[in-house]
Ligand binder design. Structure first.
Ligand code: SIN
Length: 285
């Protein structure tokens, strides 16, 4: 038992956690309590955590191996940390503005993501989350019947292929180091409805964008169905709006939430350091 203080956001998911110092190694009990809170609330925010890059790496490894992060260059000396950066006057399209589950086009996508606030603008720059367990539970029966057994096709091509939105025609002043590649044309299938490996709850997994089609269905049939599901997935009642502070660590569960970045901080720099919690076979044993 630890002294973790978990305050739910009052929205569809998310909680703020105090009573733990993430700049120090954590006891097994503390890791267990954080994991339990993470599974319950899906997005956890830990304010007032002035973590170094080593602290961020150590924290991440409490919850699984590092994920495999393609298409980003890591920061110097830390091969598993990416900088999510935007400078004051940058004109490139906002990074990660579309709803997504991180790297859902992989065979074994990451279980979670950690993001640590370094430079946080005084306005804007919220991260939005949407609870896909709640979205599925509340889905109208006729829509659910249409998607019950479908297997969907994922790909990173829309973003990270040479002709994708972060590809060869991307703005020259993007401050993030994105590395587009032909590997982004690869595809991977997953069921649209999956069982969360730790909670056993059914959840929708990923969304139109990384999802580019439905196995065994023509694009003409698949696109309107995926668009209908998308409109349901992102409804306001399933959302949590996360407001950042410098030195705040946020961890989310990619297996049951979608997220997206927002703008509104023109003239201010924004910098966060990110790791992914990779697919963890031990929690699936
Ligand atoms: C991300 O999707 O990793 C970034 C989210 C954000 O910048 O708010």
């Amino acid at each position: 038992m630890t002294t973790l203080d978990v305050e739910p956001s009052g929205q569809a998911c998310g909680a703020t956690v105090r009573g733990v110092d993430l700049t120090k190694p954590l006891s097994d009990d503390a890791v267990g309590d954080i994991r339990a809170a993470w599974l319950a609330h899906k997005v956890l925010a830990f304010p007032d955590q002035p973590m170094s890059n080593q602290d961020l790496e150590r924290f991440t490894l409490n919850f699984g191996p590092f994920g495999n992060d393609p298409f980003f260059a890591a920061i110097d000396g830390h091969p598993n940390i990416a900088a999510i950066r935007r400078t004051e006057n940058e004109t490139s399209a906002l990074f990660a503005e579309n709803w997504h589950a991180d790297w859902s086009f992989q065979e074994f996508p990451p279980d979670g993501t950690c993001l640590h606030g370094r430079l946080i603008p005084p306005v804007g720059g919220d991260t939005l989350f949407t609870n896909q367990q709640a979205a599925l539970a509340a889905m109208p029966a006729d829509l659910r019947a249409k998607i019950d057994d479908i297997v969907v096709v994922h790909s990173a091509r829309g973003g990270y292929a040479p002709d994708g939105s972060y590809g060869e025609d991307d703005a020259a002043d993007r401050s993030m180091t994105i590395v587009p590649s032909d590997e982004a044309y690869a595809t991977q299938t997953h069921s649209l409805i999956r069982t969360h490996p730790e909670t056993g709850a059914e959840t929708l997994y990923s969304v139109l964008g990384y999802i580019i089609g439905i196995e065994g269905m023509s694009d003409d049939e698949a696109r309107p169905l995926l668009a209908e599901v998308y409109q349901w997935q992102i409804r306001q009642e399933f959302q949590y709006c996360h407001k950042w502070e410098a030195d705040m660590l946020v961890m989310w569960d990619n297996r049951c939430v979608l997220h997206r970045a927002t703008g509104g901080y023109e003239g201010h720099e924004r910098l966060l350091h990110r790791t992914t919690i990779g697919y963890n076979p031990t929690v699936r044993a």
